[in-house]
Design a protein around this ligand. Structure first.
Ligand code: EPU
Length: 419
């Protein structure tokens, strides 16, 4: 397995371009199953997760072509069964359930397995499908949903930990081809949900209210092909801003949508960094000594859970006591034990991390456990004294397009060590 080796302590400067959003691309690629006509999707990031999704589409019978960032999919005929072998590598495979149910009125998809960031149930997705008239069965590790006909319904998708992003996507993708009107209450407001709704509307869908907690979907008989540009990845942008903050002289992320990154910009401003944004770019620069922070993750537009690990890395070397509370995935703290191996002082109390900033982190061999935890370890390595080796790099390759190369362009001393 490849490793990423970082010689810490080299300041970052300059600018990089942000890639298309992983969490937008995955459901939008799945949505191409809703039509027999060709769809063309631009700015699909080159990640193992998007490759897995294209493999799933191919397995289901779609013709897929990829030329750099542009993917064409034509799903003239679709098989409705996605077995374990095809879906096991990625939890987001679950988002083919909605389009398959919408198009074929049945779908059998292997249940996603465990996940290090915590229990990841799909009860709300299934509740939504049932409200549309589908029967749901779990058989042999597979989830089977089927309905002679889907009918619009009023569905509340808000769960114990707030709205569900992929659940909202899934129900929207089934409801777009249901008969009548579906109202999703407690819908997720994330920009990726809005991007999917835009794409579905380009395909002939009739969806209103995306980006608000109440979405109204008027079912249509069929959808047609469409062309779409994936929005910039707000989590990649946030991760680079934290990289710039943790050891930057001043860096700029370009090709971003600043409104999507507002919560991260606010957090960095509260820590004392200077943040400047223009319509497509955001700059971060030091501005005296950073100050500690008290912050909690929330559904969009709050501070994203997908940035919690990275902000923990930053606060580990921020003088004073910071408090981070994880409200979406309360067990998402796999990075803490590894940060401690680098000298961080963090105490976990349930969903809360109390971080006592240290003067210096020290390079160490550390192990990536999930995508965002891995990013946090790379950020810590940039700041640390000495050499950090992050193993299990495949986690990073799932969700960051060429992270090591982009950090290298900003001046990081970072290399990929081939196994
Ligand atoms: N939940 C339920 N029941 C459900 C679905 C979710 O209780 O049926 C709970 C979850 O356990 C969690 C909360 O609801 O406590 C929110 O989970 P959500 O369903 O929104 O997560 P997701 O849609 O499976 C997406 C992103 C995650 C991101 C979360 C939260 C994709 C492919 N994944 O997951 O991204 O953390 O939303 O914003 O869009 C990542 O990119 O690293 C990543 C994990």
């Amino acid at each position: 397995m490849d490793k990423i080796r970082i010689h810490g302590g080299h300041p970052l400067s300059g600018s990089i371009k942000i890639s298309g959003s992983k969490n937008s691309a995955l459901p939008i690629l799945a949505a191409t199953l809703l039509t027999r006509e060709p769809c063309i999707i631009h700015r699909v990031p080159d990640l193992s997760d998007t490759h897995y999704m294209l493999q799933i589409l191919t397995h289901l019978g779609a013709q897929v072509e990829r030329a750099s960032g542009t993917v064409s999919v034509m799903a003239e005929k679709v098989d409705s069964v996605a077995p374990y072998d095809v879906v096991r590598k990625m939890r987001a495979s679950v988002c083919v359930l909605g389009p398959l149910l919408g198009r074929c009125k049945e779908a059998t998809v292997s249940l996603p397995g465990g996940c290090v960031i915590g229990d990841r149930p799909i009860d709300l997705h299934l509740k939504g499908f049932e409200a549309l008239g589908a029967a749901v069965r779990v058989e042999g590790g597979n989830i089977k949903v089927f309905a002679p006909k889907l009918n619009g319904a009023v569905i509340n998708l808000r769960g114990k930990f707030g709205p569900t992003v992929l659940g909202t996507d899934n129900v929207m993708m089934a409801a777009v081809l249901a008969e009548g009107i579906t109202v999703i209450e407690g819908a997720a407001k994330e920009p990726e949900v809005v991007d999917l709704a835009h794409f579905l509307n380009k395909m002939g869908g009739k969806i209103e209210g995306a980006g608000t907690p109440r979405m109204i979907i008027e079912g249509v008989r069929e959808l047609h092909g469409a062309e779409h540009d994936i929005i910039p990845d707000r989590i990649e942008a946030g991760t680079f801003l934290v990289a710039g903050a943790i050891c930057g002289k001043g860096i700029t992320v370009k090709r971003v949508e600043p409104a999507h990154v507002q919560a991260v910009m606010n957090a960095l401003s509260s820590c004392g960094f200077r943040i400047e944004s223009s319509p497509n770019s955001i700059a971060v620069a030091p501005n005296g000594l950073p100050t500690p922070l008290e912050i909690a993750t929330e559904p969009y537009p709050g501070f994203p859970t997908d940035m919690q690990a990275q902000i923990c890395a930053l606060l580990s070397t921020t003088d004073g006591t910071s408090v981070v509370t994880e409200n979406i995935f309360p067990q998402r703290y796999m990075h803490v034990a590894e940060l401690k191996r680098m000298g961080a002082r963090v105490q976990l109390d349930g969903p809360t991390a109390v971080i006592q900033g240290v003067d210096q982190l020290f390079g160490a061999p550390v192990m990536a456990s999930d995508l965002r935890a891995s990013a946090a370890l790379v950020l810590a390595g940039l700041k640390a004294d000495g050499i950090t080796e992050v193993s299990r790099v495949y986690h990073i390759d799932r969700g960051y397009e060429h992270l090591d190369e982009k950090l290298g362009e900003l001046g990081a001393h970072i290399e990929r060590v081939k196994a």
